[in-house]
Write a protein that binds this ligand. Structure first.
Ligand code: NAD
Length: 243
């Protein structure tokens, strides 16, 4: 019997870990997954604002430290869903990007995603779970707003494909690649009226993304409605990349 799309969208009884769960997008993902019935753990280097909504728990973690990620996984146990939404940006051109800038971006964004997938991997396989990584439109289309960041997001997109292949048929692994939206990471960009005007003009749907624009597709990719989808990087960019 084919399940209804409505019941297949539900995530009841599932346990999710959201890295960067205190960030703008991470909080939105936590909220969406909870609304769909999942038990959600937020992992972040910064404490969670518990007034937002009630979580299964918050675990302080530094994604650049393997021991810290391992300790978080021990506390949480096996998860059905892993969402890698942590990240940092260092807004420098390629030539201005120092060795330490490069290493920091790659360590947090790329190796942090690698660590989380590896540390939570056995449990995900036991539970036949799903992963969604947060890449970026900057990982697909070259941008002048942070060279190392875009390269790190391209690596995350490719890590998604490699893992999807290695972990099939047990675990589905997908990514989303959003266009810019206002958050702590992009506060400098959105403070500039020229950026807001010029960038929005280049987006066919004529607006920036919202947290909900990202959280909805993440929830879909985790759900049984996406059970034949793996290894994909879904652009959430209002058509920016089709031009
Ligand atoms: N905002 C955008 O325009 C945009 C667009 C595309 C992709 N993204 C991606 O979405 C994700 C979330 O970004 P956001 O916009 O919510 O930014 P944000 O700054 O609000 O959230 C990022 C979160 O990552 C956490 N973090 C940073 N370093 C960490 C570490 N070492 N260990 C654990 N946690 C750490 C931060 O504390 C923060 O809560 C990031 O991966 C970002 O690259 C953002």
């Amino acid at each position: 019997m084919v399940a209804s799309v409505v019941s297949a969208a539900r995530l009841d009884g599932k346990v999710a870990a959201v890295t960067g769960g205190c960030g703008e997008i991470g909080r939105g993902i936590c909220k969406a997954l909870q609304e769909l019935g999942a038990s959600v753990w937020a992992l972040d280097i910064h404490p969670f604002n518990s007034q937002d909504h009630s979580l299964a728990g918050f675990v302080e973690v530094d994604m650049s430290e393997r021991a810290s990620v391992e300790s978080a996984a021990r506390k949480i146990g096996d998860v059905d869903f892993l969402i890698n939404s942590h990240g940092i940006q260092i807004r420098k051109s390629f030539m201005d990007c120092s060795e330490s800038d490069w290493s920091r971006i790659m360590d947090v964004n790329v190796a942090g995603t690698y660590r989380a997938c590896q540390v939570f991997g056995s449990g995900l396989r036991r539970k036949q779970g799903a992963v969604v990584n947060i890449s970026s439109v900057n990982g697909i289309v070259a941008a002048r707003t942070g060279a190392a960041y875009g390269i790190s997001k391209a690596a995350i997109a490719h890590m998604t494909r490699v893992l999807a292949l290695e972990w099939a048929p047990d675990v589905r692994v997908n990514a989303v690649a959003p266009i810019a939206l206002p958050s702590a990471m992009t506060a400098d960009l959105f403070a500039d009226p020229n950026y807001r005007r010029d960038r929005a003009k280049g987006i066919p749907l004529q607006r920036f993304a919202t947290v909900e624009d990202v959280a909805g597709p993440v929830a879909f990719l985790l759900s049984a409605n996406a059970s034949m989808i793996t290894g994909q990087v879904l652009l959430i960019d209002g058509g920016f990349s089709i031009q």
